[in-house]
Design a protein around this ligand. Structure first.
Ligand code: HEC
Ligand code: HEC
Ligand code: HEC
Length: 356
């Protein structure tokens, strides 16, 4: 084995000797060309990274989706390189914009993030759009979940109606996926329409909502919602029975047993590949950003309806976004069907050492 090593070493030396003089002879014009092709390479590679990791929230053409800002804007092109590196590396606290740098628990190297910044500043978004499409990564249509005007109008007629309206809007957007559409509770979170809770001092309930309950899905809301939104939601909690007895109709989140067909599993697989793979890994095996879902323990212990709720509601205070506002009921069901289809072959994975 020593002879080939020597040959390789010798070859390497020859190659270096050959390159140095040539390199130093390159004309400035050629150097400029090389620099240009370096930029082009960075943009091409970054386009694919963008398609796989960012398009699902920022849109196929960087146009932004729902509350997620566009990246194709003048404002962003004017943002300094350092600022862009910082936001992509570290993410933004208390939003679903994750930290992508490897040192921050993400999956992108410093070099990849540097390229991504060049890409954002120089991208031809029509080309990006076409490439995202070609890779099959175009995000599905956004569906907004809304509280109806009629409900708000009926609420307004009650005493303190404005506060109740704000409370209900806040509740529907942030709490209903776990606590149920009418405060009745679900498989994963307790009822909030309860005599016990109404007998609990306001300070205690406020503290629960503000601080969350460590080690459970109940996150801290104080940095996500405004104080008046939290106060209004707590006011609603005290008046649930009154509001329910006023005859206002609340939308039901259907608790269905989720059917599964080969078509749904295939659709769920495709959607997982678009929306979830960047964090949960290829085939759900997990990544530094998020736990494995292709995981016997998780699939055994979590019923379909609970998986549905977690995907729809997200896990607040973590990187897990709420998908209920951007995916249709069918999309969510197909994701559940796909994840469930993994159970038969899922590896046994130990639970994380500590949740908090
Ligand atoms: C899960 C959804 C999601 C994903 C995936 C995502 N982002 Fe974001 N991104 C957001 C949100 C939401 C914000 C706005 C955060 C805030 O409110 O400040 C944001 C903000 C940004 C900003 C700052 C925009 C501004 O106007 O201040 C940049 C730059 C950015 N993201 C780049 C990326 C890149 C690059 C990727 C892929 C590596 C990516 N994002 C992936 C949701 C996402
Ligand atoms: C991701 C699921 C989830 C979301 C979203 C969520 N919660 Fe919770 N919540 C829980 C769980 C789980 C508990 C039970 C925690 C425990 O075991 O003590 C809980 C407990 C509570 C309690 C205490 C109930 C009691 O009987 O002691 C209140 C109050 C509460 N949540 C209010 C809210 C409000 C208000 C929102 C929206 C701003 C919200 N929650 C959003 C999961 C959630
Ligand atoms: C930006 C990263 C990110 C994306 C994208 C993402 N997730 Fe998550 N997800 C997480 C994190 C982080 C957790 C763990 C949250 C926690 O600490 O409880 C999680 C948790 C979950 C859980 C609960 C797992 C458990 O063990 O309790 C499910 C189910 C889930 N995600 C499904 C999905 C699906 C389906 C998609 C695509 C539609 C998706 N996630 C996209 C980051 C992400």
């Amino acid at each position: 084995m020593t002879i080939p090593m020597k040959i390789i070493g010798l070859l390497a030396t020859l190659v270096i000797l050959a390159i140095i003089p040539i390199y130093s002879m390159i004309e400035p014009e050629q150097q400029a060309q090389q620099l240009e092709s370096f930029y082009t390479d960075a943009v091409v590679t970054s386009t694919d990274i963008y398609a796989e990791n960012c398009a699902v929230c920022h849109g196929a053409a960087g146009e932004g989706i729902g509350d997620t800002p566009p990246l194709n804007s003048e404002g962003l092109r004017a943002m300094s390189e350092n600022e862009l590196i910082k936001v992509i590396s570290r993410g933004r606290d208390n939003t679903i914009m994750a930290a992508w740098a490897v040192e921050e628990g993400g999956i992108l190297s410093a070099a990849q993030i540097g390229d991504m910044v060049i890409f954002i500043q120089q991208a031809n978004w029509e080309y990006v759009d076409a490439r995202v499409n070609e890779l099959g990564m175009t995000p599905p249509e956004v569906i907004e979940m809304e509280v109806s005007e009629e409900m708000l109008a009926s609420l307004a007629s009650l005493d303190g109606g404005d506060t109740l309206s704000l409370g209900l809007t806040t509740y529907a957007e942030n709490c209903a996926a776990c606590h149920g559409s009418n405060g009745a509770g679900t498989m994963i979170a307790p009822a909030l329409d309860s005599a016990n809770l109404r007998a609990t001092p306001r300070d205690e309930i406020l503290a629960t909502v503000n601080n969350g309950v460590n080690g459970t899905l109940m996150a801290s809301w104080q940095n996500i919602l405004a104080p008046e939104e939290i106060n209004a939601t707590v006011e609603l909690i005290y008046r649930w029975d009154e509001v329910l007895n006023s005859g206002i109709e609340f939308p039901e989140v259907e608790v269905m047993s989720i059917s599964s067909t080969p078509e749904m599993i295939a659709d769920g697989y495709d959607l997982f590949h678009i929306a979830c793979k960047s964090c949960h890994g290829v085939d759900g095996y997990g990544s530094p950003m998020a736990p494995a879902l292709n995981n016997q323990l998780f699939l055994e212990q979590t019923p379909d309806a609970a998986i549905y709720q977690i995907i729809a509601g997200g896990v607040s205070g973590t990187l897990m976004p709420a998908w209920g506002s951007r995916l249709s009921d069918y999309d969510l069901q197909s994701l559940v069907a796909y994840l469930r289809s993994l159970e038969a072959t899922a590896p046994a994975i130990l639970p994380p050492i500590s949740e908090n």
